[in-house]
Design a protein. Structure first.
Length: 278
């Protein structure tokens, strides 16, 4: 299986895909994001234990985090890399209680040296964990491009030795208060890949690279149509007297009459006619 940097998902298909085979707690993909309930239980988008962090990196966006409500210890949204040993893990914890972003490397679910900073939903919207040159880096970004390091720690032995046995868990929990959710997005990608469908009102049909075709009928009122790669032209239907004179009222003002043909029909009863019908 691949490095954890090869895990890519922008959640735009609104389907919990096979990469998240260990998802739990009623998670969904909604509106192009992974939505994780934050309740007094636990819920999370979790991959299988199939990845390697050594010499790799994982980043993502957390645009929505749980509200405090009446929680007293935890109302959390987490991004954690799990080892095969319960409670041995590292990553980020956003906790509405205290308004903290915590950079953690835990053994037995505990890190006495956790680096905690005041959480800012704009500055810390993007989170990244990297293993490089024998160190783990915790970085944050407002836009997924410009990163600020928040903690650096010598790589724990379990990270170096765990090949194809780590999982990524995006989970939430609260100890009390109104149930809500966090949303996660753009795992290892800056491309949201969205498709937008719009509507438009028009008074004419249209096609690519079209120019107008004007048709003047009788009173010279024009109706605009268009078709692909068409060039502008005027078609005039004119009325004529028996002497074959063009009725000026039938032609649009300013129209080019150089290619207008006047067709004179047979006389009707009651007409005064002369040559050639006389």
């Amino acid at each position: 299986m691949p490095l954890i940097g090869a895990l890519i998902d922008n959640f735009n298909d609104n389907i919990t895909g096979p990469d998240w085979g260990n998802a739990y707690g009623g998670v969904t993909e909604t509106g192009g994001r992974a939505r994780v309930p934050c309740t007094t239980g636990y819920a999370g988008y979790q991959t299988g234990y199939a990845y390697t962090l050594a010499s790799s990196s994982v980043y993502l966006q957390i645009p929505i985090v749980p509200a405090l409500s009446t929680a007293t210890t935890e109302a959390i949204a987490c991004m954690m890399i799990l080892s095969g040993t319960a409670g041995t893990r590292l990553g980020f914890v956003i906790n509405a209680v205290g308004g903290l972003l915590r950079c953690k490397s835990e053994v037995g679910y505990y890190d006495p040296a956790s680096v905690d900073i005041t959480y800012n939903g704009t500055t810390h919207k993007w989170l990244r964990i990297t293993e490089t040159a024998g160190n783990i880096l915790w970085d944050t970004s407002p836009d997924g491009t410009t990163w600020t390091n928040r903690r650096t720690l010598a790589t724990p032995a379990w990270v170096a030795s765990a090949v194809d046995t780590l999982a990524l868990d995006l989970f939430c929990h609260r100890d009390a208060g109104t149930s809500d959710f966090a949303e996660y997005d753009n795992v290892n990608t800056l491309s949201n890949g969205a498709v937008y469908t719009g509507t438009a009102a028009a008074t004419a049909e249209s096609a690519a690279t079209a120019t107008g075709i004007y048709v003047a009928v009788g009173s010279a009122a024009a109706v605009a149509e268009s078709d692909a790669a068409a060039t502008s032209r005027v078609v005039a239907t004119a009325t004529a007297s028996a002497l074959g004179e063009v009725d000026a009222n039938a032609v649009a003002a300013g129209a080019d009459l150089s290619d207008v043909d006047v067709h004179v029909g047979a006389p009707r009863s009651g007409w005064a006619v002369s040559t050639p019908w006389k």
